[in-house]
Design a binder for this molecule. Structure first.
Ligand code: CA
Ligand code: CA
Ligand code: CA
Ligand code: CA
Length: 387
């Protein structure tokens, strides 16, 4: 790979030319604060990268999202160029790309700018198992979720959902089926005051926002982390910790009593008092995931043993530097899990080096499965890719 002095903002794997060999998307932050994107091509049958990379002509305002814009199982990108156009970058097998403007065919109004940091989702919103697109835009400091439904390889604008009016500071949304009704919910953490002394979690489901949780002594926070290069918006990170079929979350909160930070597990539990939604989160504030002497920066679920039981990975800031901790979970309850790997299936009978045709990992897959419970009843599960 050629050397370049611009800071690397992020990297992501993907097969951007559809030859069933993983390539590398590398994003850089230029000196003028633009994001530039390069694709480094994997060479078939080796672990090496081609010396010649594809560098996108356009620079972007923020990191793009990886989606499949035309349904050909080759990943594409969507983002906003530095000049303010919202575009898809569509890649093809000959290692080139073309741009397509994102257009709302039902309106002649120009599209609102995308929110920075962008947190779009490529998930199935209408239950046809084809991933749709949710782009987060921002107007007059209020964010909105634009749902674009995929039809025959084209995204059509379907609706725009404004964030709850009482939410003053919005965090990063997550997209999960929180109440197990086979419909994706938008889960939005944030604050209902400017100083984030009153935090809350809102959920979008069946056409309404419901405030499912209010915080008191521990809250989300807006200040940046002690590492200047790490910009992390307030966010919940999801996984089914206790294997009951309902996604749980982890996050870092700040104490309003002594300004300390701690990471907590948010257990998805039934809620009888949440008007309009059947679930909420329960937090055991006496049991943070990290000792109070440590300053947690980030936490997420991760299955270290690949046995279906989620462990937790935690970054803490101690002695002036970040450290990575792994919390292994001991799980003994009677539960089962289904592990599904979705691949693109690209390369048919001409696979390089005689390997079986299976392709590589894919963005946006959704699976639906039907099982029989011990009492003979049918149980339907719908699951999207965990990212
Ligand atoms: Ca490739
Ligand atoms: Ca594509
Ligand atoms: Ca769909
Ligand atoms: Ca759970």
């Amino acid at each position: 790979m050629e050397s370049n002095t611009s800071a690397i903002a992020s990297i992501a794997p993907g097969d951007f030319d559809g030859d069933a060999q993983m390539d590398l998307l590398l994003l850089r932050k230029t000196e003028s604060n633009h994001i530039s994107a390069e694709i480094h091509w994997g060479i078939s049958g080796t672990n090496a990268l081609d010396k010649k990379a594809l560098i996108l002509n356009e620079t972007l305002k923020d990191q793009p999202s990886i989606i499949d814009a035309n349904g050909d199982m080759i990943p594409d990108l969507v983002g906003e160029t530095y000049t303010g156009s919202r575009v898809f970058f569509v890649f093809s097998t000959n290692r080139t790309y073309h741009t397509l403007e994102v257009r709302n065919s039902t309106s002649s109004n120009s599209l609102d700018p995308l929110r920075v940091p962008q947190s779009s989702a490529f998930v199935d919103f209408n239950g046809d198992l084809v991933p749709d697109l949710c782009l987060v835009s921002e107007k007059d400091k209020r964010i909105a979720f634009e749902i674009w439904t995929a039809k025959n390889g084209i995204f059509e604008w379907n609706k725009t959902i404004a964030s709850p009016a009482e939410l003053i500071v919005s965090g990063r949304a997550s997209f999960y089926d929180l109440n197990d009704n086979q419909e994706i919910n938008i889960i939005l953490p944030g604050c209902i005051d400017v100083n984030c002394e009153q935090s809350a979690i809102f959920v979008w489901g069946r056409g309404n926002w419901t405030r499912i949780m209010d915080f008191k002594d521990w809250n989300f926070f807006t200040e940046s982390l002690p590492l200047s290069w790490l910009e992390v918006p307030m966010a919940l990170r999801f996984g089914d910790y206790n294997l009951d079929g309902f996604p749980d979350a982890v996050t870092v909160l700040k104490s309003s009593r002594n300004n300390s930070y701690a990471a907590f597990l948010l257990l998805n539990t039934p809620c009888s008092s949440c008007e309009g939604f059947s679930r909420t989160f329960q937090i055991n504030f006496d049991q943070p995931l990290s000792p109070e002497s440590q300053h947690p920066l980030l936490c997420a679920f991760y299955d270290f043993m690949e046995d279906g039981i989620l462990d937790i990975v935690l970054t803490v800031y101690t002695d002036g530097e970040p450290k990575l901790l792994a919390l292994e979970q001991d799980f003994t309850a009677d539960a089962y899990f289904l592990k599904v790997m979705v691949v693109s299936g690209r390369c048919l009978d001409n696979c390089p080096n005689d390997h079986q045709p299976y392709g590589v990992n894919q963005v946006g897959p959704v699976i639906r499965f039907k099982t029989t419970t011990s009492t003979g009843a049918y149980e339907i599960g719908v699951c999207k890719e965990d990212i």
